[in-house]
Design a protein around this ligand. Structure first.
Ligand code: ATP
Length: 249
């Protein structure tokens, strides 16, 4: 058992029979999975499989939803989004919501929350701006730049950095590699491994098996709002029929 695992005796995130609807159309069907302390878990599937909807449902951003979400042992299913975020569950949505009229530094300050403790009283991962600049050297060089003057990949990094200012136990990362340049994808992979090393757990939505394989421990594969497969990255890699059926590889 890792040092981080020993700090909690339950999974960090436990999702049970999650359902969600857009109007009358059901998008998730009894989705259940978990993320254990210290893990990087991939939520995989093609476009429209339900990855973003799963994250939005966990964050209580889907108006019509059902099922149960436990975070750090607490049932958060009925909590409003801001309380969930304040409890240490960070969310980086696909559509990078930075404040374009604010500078990089100002954007970071918006995300700032107090330091956190694990249930056993020891310190949870904590981020200072200087440490974030070590993780994202590009951002250091553009501290005073307005959000509107950054590229898509730079905005993506700023969104992740701003979420880290909240010192999350767990980060939900919605398709961090999508639509960004190869160099930034490489930096993203490095960043995720660094977060893991510092004790931040991650649920990563991804269609790209190569990227998931670089950084993840386990994967759940979604198709049409149903979990079709779960296994370690090594098991998924070895399973050609699942890869062919549900992933774009
Ligand atoms: P992507 O990579 O395209 O974001 P995804 O796996 O995240 O894929 P979701 O965005 O969760 O998939 O979509 C799941 C289903 O819900 C799809 O059938 C999609 O068409 C539908 N859907 C998503 N957003 C909306 C919306 N705002 N209104 C209606 N239907 C939606």
């Amino acid at each position: 058992m890792s040092k981080i695992q020993s700090k909690l005796n339950a999974p960090l995130l436990e999702v049970n029979k999650l359902r969600a609807w857009y109007g009358a159309a059901q998008a998730l069907f009894d989705v259940s999975f978990n993320v254990r302390p210290g893990e990087v878990v991939a939520l995989m599937g093609r476009n429209g499989a339900g990855k973003s909807t799963t994250m939005k449902t966990i964050m209580a951003m889907m108006e019509r939803r059902a099922g149960n979400v436990k975070f750090m042992g607490q049932d958060i299913s009925a909590w409003p989004t801001h309380s969930i975020a304040a409890s240490g569950l960070g969310f980086v949505p696909e559509d990078r919501r930075i404040f374009t009229a604010l500078t990089v530094n100002e954007n970071l300050m918006v995300g700032q929350q107090a330091a956190r403790l694990w249930p056993d009283g020891t310190a949870a991962p904590f981020w200072q701006v200087s440490q974030l600049f070590e993780l994202f050297p590009n951002l250091k060089e553009m501290q005073h730049r307005l959000g509107s003057q950054m590229s898509g990949g730079e905005q993506q990094m700023l969104t992740v950095a701003r979420s880290l200012m909240g010192n999350p136990y767990l980060l939900l990362l919605d398709e961090p590699s999508e639509g960004v340049a190869p160099l930034i994808v490489e930096q993203m992979a490095h960043m995720i491994l660094e977060l893991k090393a510092r004790g931040v757990s991650i649920l990563l939505s991804e269609q790209n098996l190569h990227f998931a394989d670089l950084v993840c421990d386990r994967a759940y594969v979604l198709e049409k709002g149903v979990i079709q497969y779960e296994g370690t990255m090594a098991e998924l890699n070895a399973n050609e029929s699942i890869r062919r059926s549900y992933l774009s590889v």
